[in-house]
Design a protein around this ligand. Structure first.
Ligand code: SF4
Length: 412
């Protein structure tokens, strides 16, 4: 190892960081930024360092110093990807001598006037991975059918997707960095419909070194090909959400329209997933008014427990106003046979997690199709064309996303 590398290693660990402050090599001084013994006072000194690169790294932390820096890059970095720059500083920087700093300050002032930064957000940021292809079922409320955003999946397009999706995924993961944990949600249409293609996706994901800040990987499927794909999900997917929509076979057949899974099929699917270390939850979109909801809910829970699901997730039909759904949710949270574990009302969702007395989990989620419209930053999409987007409607390519990444904003 060359001498300066040895010195930098020392700078990273020393108990006497002051002694490195005057080191003539900036690469050695840079080592101090990773030293846990470095005090705020030393960092403050380093924020005036002669090295632009060191000043840039501390720009967010010592913003008052950074915005007076002679180098435009340091001033730019201090505000870029920083959701908490005080308005007064941005107002000052819209008159900056550098056009790039002026334009970034202008952009952030606009965000501050239109959105509120969600400071208390402590959940994962979701990346939806949309597998190209169709669905074997034909549910009325399916947003893929209504959204008109899905590409017609030809073999060529699917091959292209396979070549590109990891690059797009990486692009988003790297930008979010360590700011928030990340949850990857594999979805479709029906993601497992072309089982061979799905298995290829699993192979690629296995090779993708899943970063430590990816907290979980889930897959939402109607279960049609679980038996074929489950062994390939092992070690990649943590939870599978199986869309069942109703516990009653007749009503379920009517909802799916062209797919008729039996209770025995669900039992087998749940078992094979469990054999591959994966828990499954049942998902039901509530698309109609239910006369006696408490009865429906309790029978549904009993059915789901018997099948072997660990939870039941009710979702509202995004094409309805959701008022009936909210009344079902409120009726359940006020019922003292359930323990409310979490409840959240934000612009993008009304959500709650409850538990029965024997530990079975019940969720209600009234969400929106396109979170970008109300809460940018909470979700990104690798769509069925293999490209990264900030919105489900494919109107904001990820590289054109203007908000600081890794933070959530709510529309005022
Ligand atoms: S199973 Fe899911 S993807 Fe398929 S039609 Fe129904 S809602 Fe749409």
């Amino acid at each position: 190892m060359s001498d300066w590398r040895k010195e930098r290693d020392l700078a990273r660990k020393t108990n006497n960081p002051m002694s490195f402050l005057d080191n003539p090599n900036f690469l050695v001084r840079d080592g101090l930024l990773l030293n846990p013994n470095v005090t705020e006072e030393i960092l403050k000194k380093l924020s005036h360092d002669t090295s632009t690169s060191i000043r840039e790294k501390l720009a967010n932390q010592f913003i008052e110093t950074a915005i007076k820096d002679s180098n435009w890059r340091v001033r730019y970095v201090a505000i870029n990807d920083n959701p908490e720059v005080p308005t007064e500083i941005l107002e000052e920087l819209v008159h900056d001598r550098d056009a790039r700093v002026r334009s970034k300050a202008q952009e952030l002032l606009q965000i501050q006037s239109d959105y509120i930064y969600r400071k208390d957000f402590d959940n994962a940021i979701t990346i939806k991975l949309v597998i190209p292809g169709a669905c074997n079922a034909n549910c009325n409320f399916c947003y893929n059918k209504h959204s008109n955003q899905m590409e017609k999946s030809t073999t060529v397009l699917k091959q292209k997707w396979l070549e590109n999706f990891l690059i797009s995924l990486e692009q988003i993961v790297v930008k979010i960095g360590k700011r928030q944990p990340i949850s990857i949600d594999i979805t479709g249409n029906e993601p497992t419909l072309d089982a061979d293609f799905f298995i290829k996706v699993m192979h690629k994901l296995r090779g993708f070194s899943l970063r430590s800040n990816i907290s979980r990987v889930t897959c939402t499927t109607n279960g049609v090909n679980i038996k074929k794909v489950a062994p390939f999900m092992n070690g990649i997917i943590n939870y599978v959400n199986i869309s069942v929509h109703d516990y009653n076979q007749e009503r379920r057949n009517a909802i799916f329209g062209s797919y008729y899974p039996t209770d025995e099929d669900y039992k087998e699917n749940v078992q094979i997933l469990l054999d591959n270390n994966i828990h499954s939850s049942a998902v039901a979109v509530i698309d109609r008014k239910i006369e006696n909801f408490s009865n429906f809910r309790d029978e549904f829970i009993e059915w789901a427990e018997d099948i072997g699901f660990v939870s039941l997730r009710f979702r509202h039909n995004v094409y309805s106003d959701g008022n009936a759904f909210l009344s079902y949710m409120n009726e359940t949270t006020s019922n003292n046979e359930f323990f409310t574990i979490q409840k959240e009302d934000t612009p993008d969702s009304n959500w709650c997690q409850l538990s029965t007395s024997n530990g079975f989990m019940l969720f209600f989620l009234k969400g929106v199709i396109d979170t970008y419209q109300v809460s940018p930053g909470i979700e990104f999409i690798v769509h069925d064309d293999g490209k990264a987007y900030a919105d489900f409607n494919k109107t904001i390519p990820f590289e054109k996303y203007k908000f600081p990444i890794g933070y959530v904003f709510d529309k005022r």
